[in-house]
Structure formats: C-alpha cells, structure tokens
Design a protein around this ligand. Structure first.
Ligand SMILES: Nc1ncnc2c1ncn2[C@@H]1O[C@H](COP(=O)(O)OP(=O)(O)OP(=O)(O)O)[C@@H](O)[C@H]1O
Length: 265
C-alpha cells in the first residue's frame, strides 16, 4: 500500500497546567492517515477537539505529544512551520485572515513574492483568481467590498498561492448562506480533482462532510470514537455518540421544538 501523505500518530494536547494535573486534555491519542489526493473530515460537537487537532497539524499550535509525518518524515510541531511545509489552513471567517486595508490582488501577490519575480506575479495572481472563479476586477477590490463567498474564494486563492499539498478547511463554509456554501463546496471538489490537493476538513455539518470527504473521523471529548469511510459512518454509525450526532441533524419533516420565550417571562 502507498505511504500516506500525512500521518498523525497519537496526537495529544493539554491546555493549562500539566504539572498540577489540572490541565484540559483537548486532544487525546488521536491518530489518522490522509492519502495523497484524499479528503478526510473531522466531525464532532463544539469543544470535541477538532480545531485544536487541525491547528496542530497546520503548525499553529504545538502538540503536547505525538507525531505528525508528511511523506513519512516528521514535521516539527512548532509555530515555525507557519506558511511552509505544504500545509495551509482556511478558516471560517476570511475577515480574520485578510487585511481589510489590502486589495485582494496585493494580498495574493505578497505570498507569491517569495517564489516569483514582480513580472511573474501579476500573471500568477490572475491565474489564482481564475482558479477560484474570480477575475481581474476582484484584484482591485478591498475585502469589505466582496461578498462572503467571494472573500472565502480569496482566502482559498491565498492558500493555493503557497502550493500546498494539504489544505485544512476549518468550518470554511459554515458562515456562508446555503446556496453560496454549495458554490464554494463545488469549487473545493473541483480543485481537488484538478490539482490533486488533499483535504483535512473540519466541520460540524454532516451534510457538508458527506459531500466533500471520503473518510471521516468522529471526535468526542478529544478522542476518536469512530473512523471509517464517510458513507459507512454516516449511514451505519457504530458508535452511540455518532448516532446522537446524526439524530441531532434536522431532516425533512423535522419541526424545531419550541423553547419558552425569555421575553415572555
Ligand atoms: N487556547 C486554548 N486554551 C485553553 N483551552 C483551549 C484553547 N483552545 C481550545 N481549548 C479548549 O480545548 C477544547 C477543544 O476545543 P476545540 O476548539 O479544539 O474544539 P472544537 O471541536 O473545534 O470546537 P468548536 O467547533 O467549537 O471550535 C475545548 O474545551 C476548548 O475550550
């Protein structure tokens, strides 16, 4: 069997004081493999440790224990990997990653400056914008003048500018309206097919997970409770917690339970 592109082994993260024993174990013995060109989703309720796992893999957080291998070689769990090592992250809120005072074209161009000459950069910016379904007009805009979907496309273009092998998407479509969400998901599916990028997809939305991932990992209280092919896990969940997660998803015919109104009290 081929060696996985990304391999995470016994990852552990404790926040707070470990010595006094009152630290919070956010990630506890998490292991998974991501094949070249594969798409793995991490699902779980809020606080289950999904984002912390993703941030450690991206090099934005240090691990307390465990190992991360890219192409079979350990990558240091340090913040120094930011911007390098073939792993990039796209966040839920592109406002957080885009400078409001910087035009879109410059935001992409500054990343290209490392590898490209000034002359090459312009053509490269246009190529990246077209990869994500935008064009020259958007290059001259500030983030505030774009829609939420367009801003997320810019964030994806910036990530692609680093030529990543793994793209980590942390709730990357959660803040978008459903129709815009579908467009961005289609873009991601298309990019994966065309560029052979591998995805680590963090989401609480099981419908989204079904669309974009081959395999999924269910986390609860920092631990992996179920792991398998996405269709199998979602259609035939083995773990009680996975079944609870699935039961919490509204389906056609579902009517929200009315909660007593606070103002009526
Ligand atoms: N920097 C931090 N310092 C202390 N505790 C943290 C920190 N970051 C996360 N935690 C805690 O670690 C646990 C896991 O959080 P994490 O954000 O990874 O979960 P999550 O599944 O991604 O949840 P969400 O979907 O709400 O982001 C939570 O209890 C959280 O409060």
């Amino acid at each position: 069997m081929n060696e996985p592109l990304l391999s995470v082994r016994s990852l552990r993260k404790v926040f707070g004081s470990r010595r006094s024993g009152d630290g919070l174990v956010a990630v506890d013995d998490v292991s998974f493999d991501l094949p070249q060109g594969g798409s793995l989703a991490i699902v779980g309720e809020s606080g289950s440790g999904k984002t912390t796992t993703a941030r450690i893999v991206a090099g934005l957080e240090t691990a307390t224990g465990g190992e991360i291998l890219l192409d079979g070689r350990p990558i240091a769990g340090s913040r120094s990997r930011r911007g390098g090592h073939g792993i990039q992250m796209v966040f839920q809120d592109p406002f957080g990653s885009l400078d409001p005072r910087q035009k879109v074209g410059n935001a992409i161009s500054e990343i290209l400056a490392v590898r490209h000459t000034r002359a090459e950069r312009r053509a490269q910016v246009l190529k990246l914008l077209s990869e994500v379904g935008l064009d020259e007009r958007h290059a001259g805009e500030y983030p505030a003048n774009l829609s939420g979907g367009q801003r997320q496309r810019v964030a994806i273009a910036r990530a692609l500018a680093q030529q990543p092998r793994v793209l980590i998407l942390d709730e990357a479509v959660s803040a978008l309206d459903v129709s815009v969400q579908a467009q961005v998901l289609n873009l991601l599916i298309d990019l994966r097919a065309r560029l052979g990028i591998s995805y680590l997809f963090v989401s609480h939305d099981l419908a989204v997970v079904r669309q974009v991932s081959d395999h999924c990992l269910v986390m609860q209280h920092g631990r992996v409770v179920e792991h398998g092919a996405t269709g199998e896990v979602l259609d035939h969940p083995q773990d009680r917690y996975t079944r609870l997660l699935l039961d919490a998803v509204p389906r056609p015919g579902w009517t929200p339970r009315r909660r007593p109104s606070v103002s009526a009290v």
